[in-house]
Design a protein around this ligand. Structure first.
Ligand code: NAP
Ligand code: HSE
Length: 435
């Protein structure tokens, strides 16, 4: 089936807007395969069209006049990635009234003027989606609205602001507050006015949105009691560490006896609690309910491309699919070869029972080295003339580790068949160590 060309527009072409534009270009084939549509940015509203952009727009796309978007009947959906309440709110109302679906990443706008905006969307019979307004790349709104449609959620606990979580975890590593905030701004996590982040207002708006969706009752920013991290000092961080805890900015929304409570405040979180393990600009949301017990979603909670992925997903949901794209049925569109046996890389734990005499360790190390397997850690336990070696290798192909162990098993000093178990020691994502 021929693809359908879908003109779309953006309000804003900053950190998130330019990333949306980049994703629509670079993932155009994926989107077309999934939906049958090619989304093309034809207009983007900015303040200054001359400004240098992270991903430059095509000539003629940038405009300073909202009418260029509102009055263009070809534009099928508009992404609001501009931020602020005014003039943004009035622009969104005008677009909805003109029959244009809107997707928004603007938590303050949704949390403050949601009733008015959703009313306008209903009246016009168009969609207003807002996945990117809460926790960037984590599809928590979709999970609450679609996957948990018949589940009663009675408590939400979350880390929902990337900037403050980044600052707190940098403080744990010894950075100062101001230095960490400046780095969050440099990396594009922080709001245009970072006071919204550090005061807790950003997290409060997100908790208002989550509570509204989960409990089905309108919660606005004014209904949320919040406190930020401005008063948190290195002394709090050090004291928490000494007591086996971590300082986190936590949002909590609870339904207690049919009544609502939504708040955001800094808290000491036990190191064994899942929220203590959330580091950097990552967010996590724990949904607690009768049937589901507890579901935790964790992922990037801020950042241009991370947020853009949710914006594009919302645009795709609005546009829908033509024909029978895989969103509606079979997910298979290609045939991938299986990886050759033994080529998957991992660190391994290796246990060896050997004779306890001179040169044995050298023989073992030589067999590992011959197959390119490097030793990361080694512990030896002796017992009555024999020794047990506990080795953790650096990452290596499983087949190379097996080949080395086969040779080691054949050494005359070996007392039993060596065994290896994979070690899970990182997040599998470059730059992410243990959370
Ligand atoms: P940004 O980098 O400051 O970009 C804002 C864009 O909107 C700029 O292109 C700016 O134009 C344009 N703009 C602002 N006010 C305007 C006005 N009055 N008229 C016309 N254009 C205007 O902000 P951002 O980081 O992309 O954030 C955008 C939205 O996404 C915010 O609601 C934010 O809360 C949300 N969000 C951001 C992140 C993140 O990690 N950055 C994550 C999730 C959600 P100029 O470029 O000409 O100045
Ligand atoms: N400033 C926000 C944060 C961006 O740091 O979480 C994501 O909404």
């Amino acid at each position: 089936m021929a693809s359908v060309d879908v003109p779309v527009a953006l309000l804003g072409y900053g950190t998130v807007g330019s990333a949306v534009s980049r994703l629509l270009v670079e993932s155009a084939d994926d989107i077309e395969r999934a939906t049958g549509h090619r989304l093309r940015v034809v207009r983007a509203l900015v303040r200054d069209p001359e400004k240098e952009r992270a991903f430059p727009a095509d000539p003629g796309v940038l405009t300073t006049d909202i009418a260029d978007i509102r009055d263009d009947p070809s534009i099928a959906v508009v992404a609001e990635v501009m931020g602020g309440i005014e003039p943004t709110g009035d622009y969104v109302l005008a677009l909805l009234a003109a029959g244009k679906p809107v997707v928004s990443a603007n938590k303050q706008l949704i949390a403050r003027r949601g009733a008015e905006l959703f009313g306008a969307a209903s009246a016009a019979g168009v969609q207003l989606r807002f996945e990117a307004s809460v926790c960037a790349a984590i599809p928590v709104i979709k999970v609450l609205r679609e996957a948990l449609v018949v589940t009663t959620v009675h408590r939400i606990l979350g880390i929902v602001n990337g900037t403050t979580n980044f600052i707190l975890t940098e403080m744990e590593k010894g950075s100062g507050y101001d230095e960490a905030l400046a780095e969050a701004q440099r990396q594009g996590f922080a709001e245009a006015d970072p006071t919204e982040d550090v005061s807790g207002a950003d997290a409060a708006a997100k908790m208002a949105i989550l509570a509204t969706v989960a409990f089905g009752s309108r919660v606005t920013l004014d209904d949320v009691e919040y406190e930020g991290i401005e008063s948190i000092t290195p002394l709090h961080v050090a004291a928490a560490r000494e007591m086996g805890m971590a300082v986190r900015l936590v949002g909590a929304a609870s339904l207690v006896g049919g009544k609502l409570d939504v708040r955001v405040h800094p808290a000491l979180v036990d190191r064994r609690h899942p929220l203590a393990a959330v580091e950097g600009a990552f967010n996590a949301v724990m949904l607690q309910g009768d049937a589901i017990r507890e579901i935790t979603l964790e992922g990037p909670g801020a950042g241009g491309i991370e947020t853009a992925s949710a914006v594009v997903a919302d645009m795709v949901s609005v546009i829908g699919t033509t024909g029978t794209g895989f969103l509606q049925n079979d997910a298979c569109w290609r045939e991938l070869e299986p990886l050759e046996p033994g080529r998957l890389r991992s660190p391994f734990y290796v246990r060896l029972d050997v004779e306890d005499r001179a040169g044995v360790l050298a023989h073992v190390a030589l067999r590992l080295a011959t197959h390119g397997v490097s030793i990361g850690r080694l512990v030896q336990h002796q017992d009555n003339g024999s020794a047990t070696l506990h080795i953790v290798t650096h990452e290596a192909p499983a087949g190379d580790v097996d080949a080395a162990l086969e040779e080691i098993g054949g050494l005359e000093e070996s007392r039993s068949a060596p065994s290896a178990l994979p070690v899970i020691s990182d997040r599998g994502v470059p730059g992410l160590g243990w959370a």
